[in-house]
Design a protein around this ligand. Structure first.
Ligand code: ATP
Ligand code: MG
Length: 261
């Protein structure tokens, strides 16, 4: 991993009334990395992603994506930068009134730059890339399984060929087999398309199998960000509970990064 960070957050404060969610938080991601963001429920993972995506303005601190200070740059530049990332949101992954096809086509149509044939071709390629049969193009989200919804949402996140992909709890609500299949899909696409991934997750198995580095959000900041073996050695109550409890030990026993140490 070399070059300038793709995401660079410095001294971030996020404050809602009396609630301080982030206090002087630093976080950065290098090109090509898969970085997982872990932390208890309510620790501020989704909020951090929303800040990085420019959906909320920080109380204090700076956020640069692709080197651009998102919250102070001009709207034209922000629009350009936005096209370089794709997002799979934690909730409301798909528009329920739109078919699978129209959900995936939406980011392309919003650009007003492509004709219908081109859009159809791209949508079909993306459906195929996420392992969905083409006959599901006309299906409505209500008629899809949980795993399929995640796949379609991933196809939509990838439709503009992003350099950077944000995944917020991508395997939440999936059974272990579907989670594993989804993680394998993300890993394969990451290798093939070489994008950078920032992923918030509770799912230890997901994180262990796919991350280059893990950032632990606790005490309103990123307390440690490093390889799995570095993170588990860091002494913190959240890390002890999360990684070194019974479930954690099981997931870690399958982790190559630890077996070699
Ligand atoms: N717009 C808002 N106004 C007030 N409080 C908010 C707002 N958005 C988030 N919060 C609060 O910020 C805190 C962090 O929320 P966030 O959704 O980022 O947590 P999380 O780590 O993603 O949790 P989970 O693992 O459950 O998804 C929570 O206490 C939440 O209630
Ligand atoms: Mg969240």
């Amino acid at each position: 991993m070399s070059g300038a960070p793709v995401v660079d957050v410095k001294g971030l404060w996020t404050v809602y009334g009396d609630l301080v969610v982030h206090r002087d938080l630093d976080f950065s991601v290098m090109p090509g990395e898969v970085v997982s963001l872990v932390g208890g429920s309510g620790s501020g993972k989704t909020t951090l992603l929303r800040q990085i995506l420019g959906l909320e303005r920080p109380h204090r601190g700076s956020i640069r994506v692709f080197g651009v200070p998102l919250h102070t740059c001009d709207p034209g530049l922000f629009k350009k930068i936005r096209k370089r990332w794709g997002v799979l949101f934690q909730h409301g992954a798909l528009y329920s009134a739109l078919s699978v096809f129209d959900n995936i086509a939406l980011p392309l149509r919003e650009l007003h730059a492509f004709d219908a044939d081109f859009i159809r071709d791209i949508v079909m390629v993306k459906l195929d890339a996420v392992g969905m049969d083409k006959r599901h193009a006309s299906t409505m989200p209500a008629d899809l399984s949980g795993g399929m919804i995640k796949r379609v949402a991933l196809a939509r996140a990838l439709v503009l060929e992003p350099e950077l992909v944000f995944l917020d709890e991508p395997t939440a609500g999936l059974d272990p087999d579907r989670s594993e299949a989804f993680v394998k899909l993300v890993r394969d696409l990451h290798i093939k398309l070489n994008f950078t991934v920032v992923m918030a997750t509770h799912d230890l198995d997901t994180m262990v199998s796919v991350s280059d580095r893990i950032a632990v959000l606790a005490d309103q900041k990123v307390v440690v960000c490093g390889r799995l073996d570095e993170v588990v050695r860091y002494d913190h109550p959240f890390i002890r509970d999360f990684f070194l409890g019974e479930r954690g030990r099981r997931a870690l026993s399958a982790a190559p990064a630890l077996q070699t140490n």
